[in-house]
Design a protein around this ligand. Structure first.
Ligand SMILES: Cc1ncc(COP(=O)(O)O)c(C=O)c1O
Length: 388
């Protein structure tokens, strides 16, 4: 039979970190030991408290469909978190619980933009942004950041992009994947003010909040009641596979996002929602996991420069280091493949995050165990000196 032709919107680029993972799993099946520094996910399982809450929910038995916007108890708990952590008041009916922040992005983009809208996206940035926008018929407008602004977008850069070709929306994240760089609160305030004045809908991806090592990330909700804030239980709360995140919508978009959710997913997984309720009370375990990341980060900052890897974006938060490898290669994909094959260390090539300039960069994730990161550094050092 003739096979159906894939649609033009399905022609999204591969997510290279996932391709690297596929290759490292192939090597593992062939008996090799691989150090995983390619994955942006916590090596630790979700805290016990969260898993116990899931077990209790399983025993109770009734795990049917829930309200499309999320269980009221969880939305109320998330709203309380904004008060306690940021001192910002948020009404629970502005919160939409979704299938990861990925699900929240779909709802936000569909609710806020018509096909053909231009959305500013910071480069280097999270690869799925471009893929989701393109699949939805939206037009990503890359805004390049670099050393001059500590790899963070500024109001000036955004205004310049808007002057060149008007933006309908702007997608920001802080701390950033892949760089770890954070937007200073004063700059975020300026950006929010600009977006408000210019009628640009701001989407603030705050998924790496609470994973800060230098300074503190501020929520866009402090400066704007028109921004869509997206967050997730995946990173700080170590619940990647539970597929749970949320959006805080402006009043005008809460109901449209709820309506979209009714038809796109019906609701986020009920079991994960019951478990996540306990996440905000798991501070002790979560902070212990974070301390492990902080030790990994300190080790990388100490050990990478003597290996010649001394130019990287300021790793303020998240669990990544984005290093310049231009003195070693102009093809980061080949470089990462050789490192994986010859040293048994998996990392992600920069082109995943920056199609234009990422050929000279790679991303290390330090979300794994301390033993694994230490072993990865040992292997990397030996491999680089063999190549020298
Ligand atoms: C910046 C950023 N946003 C969103 C996501 C998606 O996360 P999830 O759908 O698990 O919430 C990721 C995952 O790596 C990410 O790095």
């Amino acid at each position: 039979m003739t096979q159906p032709k894939p649609s033009r919107r399905a022609a999204v680029a591969p997510f290279m970190a996932m391709d690297v993972l596929r290759e490292s799993r192939r090597l593992e099946r062939a008996g090799r030991h691989i150090v995983h520094m390619e994955l942006g996910e916590p090596g630790a399982p979700a805290p016990l408290r969260i898993r116990e809450a899931a077990a209790a929910a399983l025993h109770e038995g009734s795990l049917g469909y829930g309200e499309a916007a999320g269980e009221l108890a969880l939305r109320t708990r998330i709203a309380r978190h904004y008060g306690a952590h940021y001192g910002v008041e948020v009404a629970p009916d502005r919160i939409i619980v979704a299938t990861g922040s990925s699900g929240a992005f779909l709802l936000a983009f569909l609710a806020a933009f018509d096909a053909g809208a231009r959305i500013g996206v910071v480069m280097p940035g999270y690869p799925a942004y471009l893929n989701i926008l393109e699949a939805l018929g939206l037009i990503p407008a890359p805004i390049a950041v670099g050393e001059e602004t500590r790899f963070a977008p500024t109001a000036e850069l955004i205004e310049a992009a808007h002057r060149k070709a008007p933006l309908d929306g702007l997608l920001l994240m802080s701390p950033s994947n892949p760089t770890g760089a954070m937007i200073a609160p004063q700059e975020l305030e300026k950006i929010c003010a600009f977006c408000g004045d210019a009628g640009v809908t701001l989407i603030s991806d705050e998924i790496y909040h609470r994973l800060e090592y230098e300074g503190r990330a501020e929520t866009a909700l402090r400066f704007s009641n028109a921004a869509i804030v997206v967050n997730s239980f995946s990173k700080y709360y170590a619940m990647t596979g539970w597929r749970l995140g949320w959006a805080v919508a402006p009043e005008s978009l809460a109901r449209p996002m709820e309506r979209l959710q009714q038809s796109l997913a019906i609701c986020a997984p009920t079991l994960a929602q019951r478990a996540a309720f306990a996440a905000f009370d798991a501070a002790e375990e979560l902070e212990a996991i974070k301390k492990g990341y902080a030790r990994n980060r300190a080790l990388l900052l100490q050990r990478l420069p003597p290996m010649g890897l001394e130019r990287f974006a300021p790793p303020d938060g998240a669990f990544y280091i984005y290093a310049d490898v231009s003195h070693l290669t102009d093809d980061s994909a080949r470089f990462c493949a050789a490192m994986l094959e010859e040293a048994g260390v998996a990392t992600t090539p920069g082109i995943d995050f920056d199609r234009a300039r990422g050929k000279a960069a790679l991303r290390f994730s330090y979300a794994g165990s301390e033993a694994e990161v230490a072993l990865g550094l040992e292997r990397l050092g030996a491999w680089l000196s063999r190549r020298a």
